[in-house]
Design a binder for this molecule. Structure first.
Ligand SMILES: Cc1cc2nc3c(=O)[nH]c(=O)nc-3n(C[C@H](O)[C@H](O)[C@H](O)COP(=O)(O)OP(=O)(O)OC[C@H]3O[C@@H](n4cnc5c(N)ncnc54)[C@H](O)[C@@H]3O)c2cc1C
Length: 551
């Protein structure tokens, strides 16, 4: 058993920002950061477009950014949270710059500002087309200078520890569920260890891997959401999955697809169908810069109408210099598969990109489980509502990492130990030293190595196929019911495997992804309307009833 003052799960922008702040505030205390992969293997690293933030109060305003966010969110944003994120954003970006992140500048020293779908002004700061890579680099370097932060790589967090593990009956309606730490599979030793702490922050990122193609890397398996759901915490609005309209289409590809950022369309890229028609003008007066859900649905409809697996993004009219200056990474990637963007159009298709829902939080990142905080993509703070405005997520992660930090320091007296002493019987009182000792070791009795990994890999493929075919950009009730029946079967088979097998990341991720798939289908089935990213042809209109679906 290990004990730590502060535990952070995830090394993306959300986890690292929080870890740095807590560690700087309490230099005498230890901050333990865990990740199941290499430290920089995160959604954060792959962010291209940038961070939406109001820079220039003469040309832009907080009110305009707030309004753009609310319009995208289609009636479901929490207005208070939107205001918080937009107004606190500039301070958080300044901190990141102080930690060493570099953003592109004009010759006069002002930041270069990009524009993406749904934004009324140029306000996206970026580092070429590898903004996330630069932010992750700066954060990891700042962390390496902070001696009281330890990053433990290749440790897979399996479950959060609550009263359930002490033998109490914990139900969804229990008012005082409390997190005492986590069980973690150490991938070096293959053993399951306990980590006990007062404050746990989950920053486990997105869940794009539940679909066949996604812009997300392989780590994006919704582990945090699944863990909190198992622990009887509240999950919200999972049906709102954002499909990025323009992932690079490569025949036969499964898993992570290369993203062609919306900023390419912001700079003048034009979508064309198989006949060369610039079709977006038939769908929306904002044409190629309409919000992502509209563009993704338009592409989906064109692909279905013309029987093709992709449409084209035409950049042939760009000067090579202009394109390579802003998008060097995209230029090189296309070239590597034989596409010279000055001569050829780029084949693109929508891919799962961002989860707007997640673990429900209040405006301080607190969840329904005591001492468990969340921020970043695994959270549902109320910022995005039914649809995320482009480039708002990195900003949200930074703002909420800061808010979690503020709440935690408020509850941490300078001299406090990791947990206050408390009697074992009181469900809400925290863990005493004896209480920590009472958390049982992981029980692996009766389990053995799975005989055939194909049982896991094939189930994953089936899950991704079902989710892509039935719960994608356009849904209907029959498809949702079919999806649920298929998921039930996969769930039953996987639970049997889980009970009898020694744990592996593949099995844990499959189990988590099935839970996430279930939550998406459940949310989609409850929502009897079309709103934002959720489009159901059986209910094509928006309902008058404005509601978040909490599971
Ligand atoms: C291709 C792409 C482009 C994007 N472009 C933009 C953009 O331009 N602007 C913008 O605002 N947003 C963008 N986004 C979204 C944005 O990058 C993410 O929402 C954000 O980076 C999420 O950060 P995070 O810290 O919440 O999670 P992540 O950065 O994904 O980090 C998650 C961490 O949790 C760890 N983890 C997960 N499960 C476990 C477990 N069980 N045990 C241990 N560790 C675990 C992972 O290993 C990882 O370290 C983009 C996303 C993608 C994929």
């Amino acid at each position: 058993m290990q004990k730590t003052d502060f535990l952070v799960i995830g090394t993306g922008i959300a986890g690292l920002t929080y870890a740095l702040k807590v560690a700087q505030r309490f230099p005498e205390k230890k901050v333990l950061v865990m990740t199941k992969a290499a430290a920089d293997e995160t959604n954060t690293k792959y962010a291209q477009g940038g961070v939406a933030v109001v820079n220039d109060l003469e040309k832009d305003s907080f009110e305009k950014h707030i309004e753009d966010t609310l319009i995208a969110g289609d009636g479901l944003c929490n207005e208070e949270v939107v205001e918080i994120v937009v107004k606190e954003g500039p301070d958080r970006v300044r901190e990141l710059i102080e930690w060493g992140a570099r953003f592109d500048k004009e010759k006069d020293g002002d930041y270069k500002l990009g524009k993406e779908g749904g934004h009324s002004e140029f306000r996206i700061i970026h580092h070429k087309d590898i903004t996330g890579w630069e932010m992750e680099r700066a954060l990891l370097e700042a962390v390496s200078r902070q001696t009281n932060i330890e990053i433990i790589k290749h440790c897979f967090v399996v479950d959060i520890i609550t009263q359930h593990h002490l033998g109490y009956l914990v139900t969804k309606s229990a008012p005082d569920i409390e997190c005492y730490g986590v069980y973690v599979l150490n991938l070096q030793t293959n053993r399951i260890e306990k980590i006990i702490t007062k404050f746990t922050l989950l920053a486990t990122g997105g869940n794009g891997q539940v679909y066949r193609t996604t812009t997300n890397p392989s780590i994006a398996t919704g582990d945090g959401v699944a863990m909190v759901y198992r622990a009887k915490g509240r999950i919200e609005n999972m049906e709102f999955i954002q499909f990025h309209p323009t992932a690079l289409y490569e025949p036969g590809l499964r898993g992570q697809a290369f993203l062609i950022t919306e900023a390419v369309r912001g700079d003048g890229g034009i979508l064309r169908n198989k006949d060369g028609e610039a079709f977006m003008e038939r769908y929306d007066e904002r044409k190629d810069l309409a919000p992502r859900d509209i563009v993704a649905r338009a592409i989906d409809s064109e692909m279905k109408r013309t029987g093709t697996e992709h449409v084209w993004l035409d950049c042939r009219h760009f000067s090579k210099e202009k394109f390579t200056e802003h998008f060097p990474n995209i230029y090189q990637k296309c070239l590597s598969i034989g596409i010279d963007i000055t001569q050829h159009m780029i084949p693109v298709a929508p891919a799962a990109h961002y989860s707007c829902g997640g673990i429900k939080t209040d405006e301080w990142g607190k969840t329904s489980i005591k001492n468990l905080y969340v921020c970043g993509e695994c959270s549902s703070t109320g910022l995005h509502g039914a649809n995320r405005l482009a480039s708002n997520s990195l900003l949200e992660a930074m703002v909420f990492a800061h808010r979690c930090y503020l709440d935690v320091i408020d509850r941490t007296p300078e001299s406090s130990k990791i947990s206050p002493p408390a009697g074992g019987g009181d469900l809400s009182a925290g863990l005493s030293e004896e209480g920590a000792g009472a958390v049982p070791d992981w029980n692996a009795t009766g389990t053995s190595e799975p005989k055939e990994m194909i049982l896991i890999t094939q189930s994953l493929k089936e899950l991704q196929q079902v989710m892509s075919d039935y719960v994608g950009i356009v849904r209907n009730d029959i498809r949702l019911r079919r999806a649920m029946r298929r998921l039930d079967l996969l769930w039953e088979e996987t639970e049997k495997l889980y009970e009898s097998s020694s744990l592996s990341p593949q099995l844990l991720e499959l189990r988590n992804l099935i839970t996430v798939g279930y939550l998406i289908v459940k949310g989609a089935s409850f929502r009897k309307e079309s709103r934002g990213l959720h489009f159901n042809t059986d209910y094509p209109n928006k309902s008058e009833l404005v509601q978040n679906i909490v599971l």
